[in-house]
Write a protein that binds this ligand. Structure first.
Ligand code: KG4
Ligand code: ZN
Length: 358
């Protein structure tokens, strides 16, 4: 009964999310409004549109999470909100709303780093001790880090150009996969995973990125260039308009998915060897946590399983609903910070959002 309660609010990209959690990580109430369908129709996120949608929905989403939890605002211990990284216009909506709310109800405010929240969500579901290795792959990010504490992360590698989910979304758009009957409501990554099942990756092989670069960073722009050139060539062979390719769409999907998986697996392998060589992971039950929207891809999970099996790591991947953006992961990060007394601000402190991570 004396467990402290946290309201978490997320608006960094295209999901308006809110949740109320108790200190043990039990979800008392949550609500999520996704803008994915709108952005799917316009072929990508238009920041001003995302901002407008956050504005239209944030109040209702927060109210709904509170109502479902049966918790009066007065009973909350703190409000935790994503302040970085993300789209500036989207972040601003959540921050303004949260600070007004926190001041109104005189609650502590906890600024949250979106990627740190992704990284620690697994600890809400099961005990995972620090330090552990984490691979985060979504439409906006791609990074490898050692999580050493609630506010202590060692970044091993990051995206040098675009994130893997972004690449998959762009390839899907280039192939007009949204016109495929089975794919009309799927994200680019989901569409490619589905079509890849009936494809032969060997018929249109792509080079795995950064074969000669000895670090843990990621690059997908070159791969997308390879894919675009192949699509152009096939379209010319078929003598058809851009985006109406009929043959080998499944093969391209399979090869794209394989090359993304291979790049992620190779970088992760390097990171594991680096951690082992430098004693960065515990010798007992070292763990790799895989999260982010792209982590729901079964082929990519399989590729990473091979890496963790051969290096003796345990692979943990939260269920899809906890891999993607939501208010729950933000509230959980608030709980973790509250427990350790890290980054808890009075409602009167002015906090600004930061589109970039640091
Ligand atoms: O984490 P998320 O919901 O949002 C952010 O990007 O922050 O991730 C969405 C991304 C999209 O790029 C989408 O294409 C990708 O995750 N994705 C997938 C799959 N499901 C979603 N990529 C590959 N395979 C999937 N099954
Ligand atoms: Zn995210």
């Amino acid at each position: 009964a004396c467990s402290r309660l946290v309201l978490g609010i997320e608006t960094s990209c295209d999901d308006t999310g809110a949740a109320v959690l108790d200190e043990t990580g039990q979800i008392l109430g949550e609500s999520l409004h996704s803008q994915k369908e709108v952005h799917l129709r316009t072929g990508g996120i238009i920041p001003t549109v995302a901002q407008q949608l956050h504005r239209e929905h944030i109040e209702r989403v927060v109210q709904q999470a509170l109502e479902r939890s049966g918790v009066e605002p007065s009973r909350l211990a703190a409000v935790a909100t994503t302040v970085k990284p993300g789209l500036a216009l989207s972040l601003a909506v959540g921050l303004r709303f949260s600070q007004t709310f926190a001041r109104q109800h005189n609650k502590s405010f906890i600024p949250i780093h979106h990627m740190e929240a992704h990284a620690l969500t697994v600890r809400m579901l099961q005990p995972v001790a620090f330090p552990f290795l984490v691979l985060l792959v979504s439409g906006g990010h791609s990074l490898l880090a050692v999580a050493r504490g609630v506010d202590d992360f060692l970044l091993l590698g990051h995206a040098l150009d675009e994130a893997p989910g972004d690449t998959l979304d762009k390839v899907a758009r280039r192939l007009s996969l949204i016109k495929h009957p089975q794919c009309s409501t799927l994200s680019g990554g989901q569409a490619i995973e589905l079509l890849a099942k009936d494809g032969d990756r060997m018929r249109v092989p792509f080079r795995t990125p950064m074969g000669q670069t000895y670090d843990c960073c990621f690059s997908f722009a070159g791969l997308r260039n390879q894919i675009n050139m192949l699509i152009k060539k096939k379209e010319a062979e078929e003598g058809i308009e851009q985006g109406d390719l009929l043959s080998c769409v499944n093969d391209i999907a399979a090869s794209t998915q394989h090359t993304v998986a291979s790049h992620l697996a190779k970088r992760t392998h390097r990171a594991i060897l680096f951690c082992k060589a430098n004693g960065l992971l515990p010798s007992h039950s070292p763990t790799l946590v895989l999260s982010g929207g792209v982590a729901s891809n079964q082929y990519i999970r399989k590729a990473l399983t091979i890496i963790t099996d051969t290096t003796g790591l345990r692979l943990l991947c939260p269920p899809a609903k906890f891999c993607t953006d939501n208010g729950v992961m933000i509230a959980w990060n608030g709980v973790e910070r509250l427990r350790e007394g890290k980054g808890i601000l009075s409602p009167d402190v002015d906090v600004s959002y930061e589109p970039k991570a640091q």
